[in-house]
Design a protein around this ligand. Structure first.
Ligand SMILES: C[S@@+](CC[C@H](N)C(=O)[O-])C[C@H]1O[C@@H](n2cnc3c(N)ncnc32)[C@H](O)[C@@H]1O
Length: 330
């Protein structure tokens, strides 16, 4: 699998190497999706953890709630809808560094297997699971969700958070989840979609969609109908779908996290000003060899990713949280 990890340090090369590997995977087409997405997360994971946290996803936001509370509520919603409980074996498809895995295991007491194509993230996740004393509930699986290394019908339930968004072929990924679920098993998730407000005839919106795809290692961004069609095409029974972005309070939209709605010290690096300041500071620190070479370039990649989401979020043409709850018949 395409990880390019240094065999001595288990790290994906130094920062400059990671940048150049990532750029080498851009524009290579669907066949190179694994290399592109792996290089993308090898590049941004450490930076994301510092600026965002160990749950690498957006959340619907409510007034009076902290960013961390919103993230946890967004995750618990999946556990509640699965009916997660002790004794259940659940698959977390595309688990990142395990923020959601640990929070759900702690809250509901289920056994959760985190699947990830990215070995660098899995290495971190394993350390965090151990530090949290959750190894008895949280285990890990290295693999591609297009070819899940697990037996048929081996999970009671499954969820994903903004992970299958990276699939070049949604139906193929959903077919794999369907295969590993037991009959009657529930699969819930949040996916990136273009909303019905997206106008494919508008060249600026089309360009913005292409920017989001290019800047975030997303082979495609489907409409709501394309997503639900892919779920049903592989045999899932549709129980519920809706855009969780609409559950945010109007004054605290999901993209507010990229705008500086929460002006805490921790939130500052996520704001447009904070991102610019960090970029400038990193350039100076790199010049005097305090920060690793390539650091400001990583920040630039993150800024481009964030800016395209922010613009599309403000226009209401994109959501990173189209919720689905489906069931494998049986
Ligand atoms: C936006 S991050 C979300 C991570 C995690 N769900 C969370 O919310 O913190 C997407 C994750 O999907 C994983 N991923 C992307 N493509 C994958 C694939 N083909 N197979 C397995 N995991 C994949 C990435 O490595 C990354 O961990």
């Amino acid at each position: 699998m395409a990880d390019d990890l240094d065999s001595k340090t288990s790290k994906p090369g130094d920062t400059a190497e990671r940048v150049s590997r990532y750029y080498g995977t851009l524009g290579q087409g669907d066949e190179e999706y694994a290399r592109n997405v792996t290089a993308f997360y090898n590049l941004i994971t450490d930076f994301c953890e510092r600026g965002w946290g160990k749950s690498i996803h957006f959340a619907s936001m409510k007034g009076g709630e902290s960013f961390e509370e919103a993230i946890a509520r967004h995750e618990y919603y999946l556990g509640e809808n699965i009916g997660m409980k002790p004794g259940m074996k659940v698959l977390d498809v595309g688990c990142g560094v395990g923020g959601p895995q640990r929070s759900l295991a702690k809250k509901f007491g289920a056994s959760i297997v985190g699947l990830n194509i990215n070995q660098y993230q899995l290495g971190k996740c394993s350390v965090y699971n151990q530090e949290a004393g959750l190894e008895h509930l949280c285990s890990l699986l290295h693999g591609d969700f297009l070819n899940i290394p697990a037996e048929d019908e081996s999970f009671d339930s499954a969820y994903h958070i903004e992970a299958i968004s990276h699939a070049p072929d949604k139906a193929a990924a959903f077919a794999e989840v369907f295969r590993v679920l037991r009959p009657g098993g529930i699969f819930v998730g949040y996916d990136c979609c273009m909303t019905p407000l997206y106008d494919a005839g508008n060249p600026e919106q089309r360009e913005l969609k292409e920017e989001m795809i290019y800047n975030n290692a997303l082979p495609q961004i489907p409409s709501f109908t394309e997503l639900t069609d892919s779920l049903q095409a592989v045999g899932f029974e549709l129980l519920d779908t809706h855009d969780r972005a609409l559950d945010s309070d109007p004054e605290t939209p999901w993209y507010g996290a990229l705008e500086g709605n929460s002006l805490s010290m921790r939130g500052f690096p996520r704001t447009p000003l904070g991102r610019k300041v960090i970029s400038a500071v990193l350039r100076v620190l790199e010049g005097i060899r305090v920060a690793p070479r390539g650091s400001h370039e990583v920040q630039r990649v993150l800024n481009m990713a964030a800016d395209s989401f922010l613009t599309a979020g403000r226009l209401g043409i994109f959501t990173p949280m189209y919720y689905h709850k489906v069931r494998k018949p049986g």
